[in-house]
Design a protein around this ligand. Structure first.
Ligand SMILES: [Zn+2]
Length: 1097
């Protein structure tokens, strides 16, 4: 039943050739012939199905032709119709061709590779292979089925959990493991324990329902994007040299070593990769493994070379030499040595990670490291990873730890090119085998018994009859003899062909509808032209398959649709003037297969900037236009891409400038300014719910120079599986390139449509809530009109019973979706983790980046309903409670003068401090910047969560002095001002923005080589990084392009200078420095230590 791995080409690099490709001039559109077609339709030409009165079909004015709608045009324009924006003579597009001619930003990423890359670009639709929606395929490097996976011994979770043995909890003393084995009932739950993931409403247990139904509506959460990657967690070093003991800080050079660390090798693939591990200093003071290491059945880390990172997992069993007493600690607060405090470390090698080995789950490498996954039973950690790699048996144990229990699910995350593609399994009409009680899908952890005639569900424990045609004998090891030949029985992730029961209608086509703001400001700032240019270039990447359809409309105080049917040879402009009660002018012909209208569309895009060149209409009906676009695509669903430039001021969903109000409030004391971060009313939310119901996903590109109320606007993309892109202040000089690259990646990355997702788990746990960009209409499922490779959904859990020690807790995420080829698929990801009664194991197997991503999302989620001060306190308390729990129950040191950190979480204080000082949580800042941040974090991936607040800082003025053996990207510097000198140039990137700090006394030669200017005074703030003919310029471009590739994000580059506001922005990211917004890193550690001490006494 399994088919061969689908071939799929790799997604195009996020930013391949730069839009305006260097030398490649934009397609030459006949200048003014552009709309010659339109003229033909002048005159009466009543629109085909003119639906309602009020509809005003008009011939689009030819460029360069006065376009005042003469009365003769089309049906009488209703009063509301406003005259066509004038159209003066020379059609000089505001954002001239020049753009095409001169490369806006240096060499397009991967210039050299560009051609090659192009070949590999997978045509998102149209093409070929009935492949799997997702992963770029690479030849499976390893084929053999892993042996052990299937022997899932843990089957029934259902069984009544036996009580944990009762051992009297004895905390206090350094926990010999034994003691830990029992969750201490209540040792004082630290006050702050509250820090747990907020418990959302609890929907009941996932009912055993049938196949996920189609769309739903739900609530969405906010999420922000992020920046840079990297910072890794410090790999625990068990196995390694014994951690320095207490008080004396390890002798290691805090940073030095790290500096030299070579970066990870670059894998030669093009697709964006998750960040390579950034290099960071050596762990100065070791952290301590949970005191009980040795006692505990070691988790295996298959395949991990001894020194690899797995978070602190010992490579093999019990023999790990790490000292149970080692603890990272800083001595007395007053003695903290800034050179000895924990900082991220560099990981320099590519790790081969087998998800299970010897029948046990392996601990995943840090999300920010570079690794190649071999799926041997558990899914890739890129697809799904848990905040803790051992599941606490009881709610008390979890509460005591202060840690969150959640999964981060990124169903389409990009695989490493060397990974085997996900296998496709087709059960034909029978459909995938499922548990008849909980509906879980067949997976490697279901246990076959009774000669294979029955199987026990690993989630609910139900004994099911094996369908006759699926029966297979068991081997001596108890496994089915065919287990290694069936992906669904030996792989953590598979895709099933959806049978009829999963189809409520035919799979939808890939529909793209573009909406462009053409109001006065949009046109005058060049935003309209930038949008038209970006769309024109991006659609050239769309294959011409019949399933790829496009449509377009422009809007200001009215909405203008265009009928592009080729047969007409006369694109019609159809105006909808009613922006309160919107409708769509035609029932068909507004959305056509791209093959039937490409030329007309390109010509229209070429003409729009000119057509509206003299537009004096300042109003922009965003809500109405979005609704109208939705109506046009309601029958199919699809992606609605909106290019908005000003505050929506008219029609349904119009907004007001609340910013002034906010400023007043903030300055006069805080009169709940956070309310300005909530949507102004429910209008847009209601609309968004309807969009989601009809499978329409909205992405909003905000190319603006003013406040646009992102808090309100973002509700639409966040509810429909889309996102907000923000270009502020929009620059017609430097932003078009990013706009194009963002749009291009948006439509070409791996993605699925009309999706429904559900996570199931073993009895004893239940899903508490989902966070991300989706719509939720029923408690158990989330509806995703679109889900792409960048989106991550957080799923939180809570106990409703006890789990049994020595059993495993299973998680299964099922995503039903339509791929770009129009095939309905069910992607099923399984993760089975051991259960534990030992607190020390929770610390030892904690996943720092995943936990931090939880805290980040929860903070973002909380900002609109609380004060910033309160959120900062919560974030800090979460950190303190976790560390205090470790100190109290697991650390072996008794001296209270030491701050002891668990190895796996030793960077938690640093990242917590970074979060407190972030754009989202610091006091200063514009409302829209904060709202944008909130919207980004809501769907941010684990690998980008840390970089978003803890960026990467690298020197770029001396790139030419680096050796050939050095990694492409220099080792990151610690984030403090001691590392930035006025004679240097530094790049600070967080995955979203790239701040280039240029010192005041930089050698003019460097300025000339890097920017093409001879002095600081000549340096513009908006950078269009070009590649000049010199080594330094080439290297700078290489570095930036590599970062873009890693982040799947085209950085928005800005020049920062000391003494200017831009310099302050740069400094605000130097997390270790003391700043108006917060303490220095050392001060924060002292604070944390004191808080812990006071809780202990
Ligand atoms: Zn079941």
């Amino acid at each position: 039943m399994s088919s061969s791995p689908p071939q799929q080409s790799r997604p195009p690099p996020p930013f391949a050739a730069a839009p305006p490709q260097n030398p490649t001039p934009a397609p030459a559109f006949p200048p003014s012939s552009a709309f010659s077609n339109l003229q033909i339709s002048r005159g009466p030409a009543p629109p085909p199905g003119a639906p309602r009165s009020g509809l005003t079909p008009q011939a689009a004015p030819p460029a360069g032709f006065p376009s005042r709608p003469s009365s003769g045009m089309g049906i009488a324009a209703p009063p509301a119709v406003r005259p066509f924006p004038g159209s003066p003579p020379a059609p000089v597009p505001p954002f001239p061709r020049a753009q095409a001619a001169s490369p806006p930003f240096g060499v397009p990423p991967a210039v050299a590779a560009a051609p090659a890359v192009a070949m590999q670009q997978p045509r998102p639709f149209g093409g070929p292979p009935p492949g799997i929606g997702g992963p770029p395929g690479a030849a499976p490097p390893f084929g053999g089925p892993p042996g052990s996976a299937a022997a899932a011994p843990f089957g029934g979770a259902p069984a009544p959990m036996s009580q944990p043995q009762q051992q009297p909890p004895q905390f206090g003393a350094p926990p010999p493991v034994a003691m830990m084995s029992q969750p201490p009932p209540q040792f004082g739950v630290p006050p702050g324990v509250g820090a747990q993931p907020a418990a959302p409403p609890q929907f009941g247990r996932p009912a055993l329902s049938g196949p996920p139904a189609a769309a739903g509506i739900g609530s969405s959460q906010a999420m922000p994007p992020s920046f840079g990657s990297q910072q890794q967690q410090a790999p625990p070093t068990f196995g390694g040299p014994a951690p320095p003991q207490f008080g004396r800080p390890g002798a290691q050079p805090p940073f030095g070593a790290a500096q030299a660390a070579p970066m990870s090798q670059q894998a030669p693939f093009m697709g964006p990769l998750r960040g390579n591990a950034p290099a960071f200093g050596n762990a100065p003071w070791q952290t301590q493994g949970a005191g009980s290491g040795a006692m505990q059945p070691p988790m295996r880390m298959p395949g991990m070379p001894p020194n690899t990172l797995g978070q602190g997992m010992p490579p093999t069993t019990p023999t790990m030499p790490y000292s149970p007493h080692a603890g990272t600690q800083v001595s007395t607060p007053s003695k903290i040595d800034p050179n000895q405090i924990p900082r991220p470390m560099a990981e320099t090698s590519v790790i081969i990670f087998e998800t299970r080995q010897g029948g046990q789950a392996a601990i995943p490498p840090a999300a920010s490291s570079e690794f190649i996954v071999k799926d041997t039973g558990n899914c890739s950690p890129r697809l799904m990873r848990c905040s803790v790699n051992q599941i606490p048996c009881t709610a008390d144990l979890l509460t005591t730890s202060g840690m969150p229990l959640s999964l981060m699910v990124q169903p389409f995350s990009l695989p490493h090119p060397s990974e085997e593609p996900i296998q496709l399994v087709d059960f034909g009409d029978m459909g995938p085998i499922r548990c008849s009680r909980c509906k879980a899908y067949i997976n490697p952890f279901m246990r076959f018994v009774d000669q294979g005639r029955h199987f026990i569900c690993n989630l609910c424990g139900h004994s099911n009859d094996t369908p006759r045609e699926y029966i297979c004998n068991l081997g001596p090891d108890g496994r089915r003899r065919d287990a290694d030949d069936r992906p669904e029985l030996c792989r953590g992730t598979v895709e099933f062909v959806a049978s009829k029961e999963f189809l409520v209608r035919d799979p939808m086509p890939a529909v793209y509808f573009f909406l462009i703001d053409v109001s006065m400001n949009a046109v005058q700032t060049g935003a309209t032209a930038a949008a038209c240019s970006a769309i024109s270039q991006a659609i050239s990447d769309l294959p011409e398959g019949p399933r790829t359809m496009v449509g377009i409309a422009t809007y200001d105080s009215a909405i203008h649709f265009y009928s592009l049917k080729r047969a007409q040879q006369q694109p019609l402009m159809l105006i909808v003037p009613d922006v309160q009660d919107v409708y769509t002018p035609l029932q068909k012909d507004l959305i056509l297969p791209v093959s039937e209208c490409r030329e007309n569309l390109e010509q229209l895009l070429e003409s729009i900037p000119t057509m509206f060149e003299n537009n004096r209409v300042a109003d922009s009906a965003f809500g109405a236009a979005t609704k109208a676009g939705f109506l046009a695509m309601k029958s199919t669903g699809g992606k609605l891409l909106v290019f908005q430039s000003v505050l929506p001021s008219l029609g349904v969903g119009s907004l007001s400038a609340r910013e002034a109000e906010g400023r007043a409030n903030i300055s006069t004391s805080d009169k709940e300014p956070h309310k300005l971060l909530q949507p102004v009313d429910k209008t847009l939310k209601t609309m968004a719910l309807e969009f989601a119901e009809y499978q329409v996903c909205v992405d909003v590109f905000l190319t603006t120079q003013s406040y646009v109320d992102i808090a309100s606007i973002s509700v639409v993309p966040n509810t429909t599986g889309g996102r907000v892109y923000y270009y502020y202040p929009f620059s017609a000089r430097s932003d078009p390139a990013k706009l194009f690259n963002d749009l291009r990646w948006n439509i070409s990355r791996p993605q699925g449509f009309e999706a429904v997702m559900r996570v199931r788990c073993s009895q004893g746990l239940q899903v508490q809530d989902y966070f991300g960009n989706f719509c939720k209409r029923v408690p158990t499922d989330i509806d995703l009109p679109s889900i792409d490779s960048d989106k991550t959904i957080m799923v939180t859990f809570k106990h409703d019973d006890k789990l049994q020690e020595n059993s495993e807790c299973g998680f299964q995420c099922a995503l039903l979706y339509t791929n770009v080829y129009g095939q309905r698929r069910i992607r099923v990801m399984n993760l089975s983790l051991p259960c534990t009664n030992m607190l020390s194991n929770l610390f030892r197997y904690a996943d720092l980046e995943t936990q931090f991503a939880c805290f980040l999302k929860q903070a973002g989620n909380g900002i609109p309903t609380s004060t910033l001060l309160h959120i900062r306190e919560e974030v800090t308390n979460t950190c303190i409670n976790i560390l205090q729990s470790y100190r109290k129950y697991c650390a072996s040191v008794t001296s209270s003068g030491q701050l002891i950190l668990p190895e796996a979480l030793k960077l938690l204080p640093l990242y917590t401090l970074a979060l407190i000082k972030s754009v989202g949580l610091r006091n200063e800042g514009r409302l829209d910047d904060r709202s944008y941040w909130i919207s980004l974090v809501s769907s941010i991936s684990v690998s980008l969560a840390v970089p978003m607040v803890f960026p990467r800082l690298i020197p770029i003025h001396d790139l030419t002095s680096r050796g050939d053996d050095d990694s492409l990207i220099p080792s990151p510097l610690m984030l403090n001002s001691e590392n930035t000198h006025e004679d240097g140039v530094y790049l600070l990137e967080n995955g979203e923005d790239g701040l280039i700090y240029v010192g005041n006394v930089v050698d003019p030669t460097i300025l000339q080589q890097m920017f093409g200017v001879s002095s600081l005074a000549a340096l513009p703030s908006q950078v269009v990084l070009e590649q000049f003919d010199n080594e330094l310029s080439r290297k700078v471009n290489e570095v930036i392009n590599e970062i873009r590739r890693q982040r799947c994000s085209y950085l928005r580059l800005r020049i920062c200078r000391r003494g200017e506001p831009s310099g302050d922005i740069f400094r605000s990211y130097l997390v270790e420095d003391k700043a108006p917004g917060g303490p220095s890193y050392v001060e924060f550690l002292v604070h944390v230590h004191r808080q812990i001490q006071s809780k202990l006494t």
